[in-house]
Write a protein that binds this ligand. Structure first.
Ligand code: MEV
Length: 317
């Protein structure tokens, strides 16, 4: 018996980093997915196979090990061990991962994979509700990224366009906009946890300034919500570029990102980093009138591809 589930990556339209300090983020899942397929093994091991590497462990040693280069896989072992123990199953599990979401560039691959693995592994026993999947996937992700706001995991599970606050949780944005975005990759792989730490240090050294930036971000998010209701792409694009200015202030932009933003802004409605920054990707807002021109412009300086909003979230296959 095999159990397969898939979960989408995401982009953050507004509010990354500030969401960790009481602000809200607007984000959406995208039509690029991670697939996880699980099956029982007779030996009491958990095995993970993916294009980024393979790893296997005896179930007994899972909590003791430092995972070294396969550290990103640690949540998957935890998810499998928990499911086996909860169901008193005396077997092992193999998990095979396939991904359309490039890793380490701000597109939510680590959250999407936790969602897909949680649903797929537990699906060997029972299909968990989306509420239960998101709860367990956040717990699993916190093993390697304690500070996560949970935003990426939530949007990957429920799909669509949403506003998220760490205290208020997520709320669907009902206008169901059909946005077109172009993603351009700076090719600088980043470590979200490390960048979140850098921003925290920046905040602690610049308390009043950071406070002002949080207020400006709140205004941007509120205006963006109104613009989404009207599907006003001009205003949304301008707000994205304003948000990028704030991300520059907190030092998560780089020369390469600034270059991509300049190119993207020549033809699109607006552009900004998506995710933690200091590398990773930018997103630019387009529609049919400027999609091709924006791709032509950006592909001179970076790998780029168009995406749309995914309204499905987690899928059992
Ligand atoms: C990462 O995609 C977004 C951050 O705000 C971290 C988080 O919300 O967990 C940088």
């Amino acid at each position: 018996m095999k159990s397969t589930a898939s979960a989408p990556g995401k982009v953050i339209l507004f509010g990354e980093h500030f969401v960790l300090y009481g602000g809200k983020a607007i984000l959406c899942s995208i039509n690029k997915r991670i697939f996880a397929t699980s099956q029982f093994l007779d030996e009491k091991k958990v095995k993970v196979r993916s294009s980024l590497g393979n790893a296997e462990l005896d179930i007994r040693s899972i909590s003791e090990l430092d995972f070294g280069t396969t550290r990103f896989m640690r949540p998957f072992f935890y998810i499998a061990k928990r499911a086996l123990e909860e169901h008193g199953e005396n077997k092992g599990i193999e998990i095979v991962l396939e991904s359309e979401v490039p890793a380490g560039i701000g597109l939510g691959s680590s959250s999407a994979v936790c969602v897909a693995v949680t649903a797929s592994v537990n699906g060997l026993f029972e299909r968990l509700s989306k509420q239960e999947v998101v709860k367990r996937a956040i717990e699993a992700e916190r093993i390697i990224f304690k500070e996560t706001s949970g935003a990426d995991t939530s949007v990957s599970t429920f799909g669509g366009l949403m506003i998220y606050g760490t205290n208020s949780g997520f709320q669907e944005i009902s206008s169901k906009n059909d946005l077109d975005l172009v993603i351009a990759n700076s090719s600088q792989v980043h470590n979200t946890k490390e960048i979140v730490r850098q921003v925290r240090t920046f905040k602690e050294k610049n308390v009043d300034f950071f406070d002002q930036l949080c207020k400006q971000e709140d205004e941007i998010v509120n205006e963006a919500l109104s613009a989404l209701k009207k599907n006003d792409l001009n205003t949304l694009g301008l707000l994205m570029s304003k948000n990028q200015d704030l991300l520059q202030e907190i030092k998560v932009s780089t020369k390469q990102i600034d270059l991509l933003i300049r190119e993207a802004k020549k033809t699109s409605y607006g552009a900004k980093i998506t995710g933690a920054g200091v590398g990773g990707c930018i997103i630019s807002l387009v529609d049919n009138s400027n999609l091709a021109a924006t791709i032509d412009n950006l592909k001179k300086v970076a790998d780029c591809f168009p995406v749309k909003i995914d309204y499905q979230g987690l899928l059992y296959i």
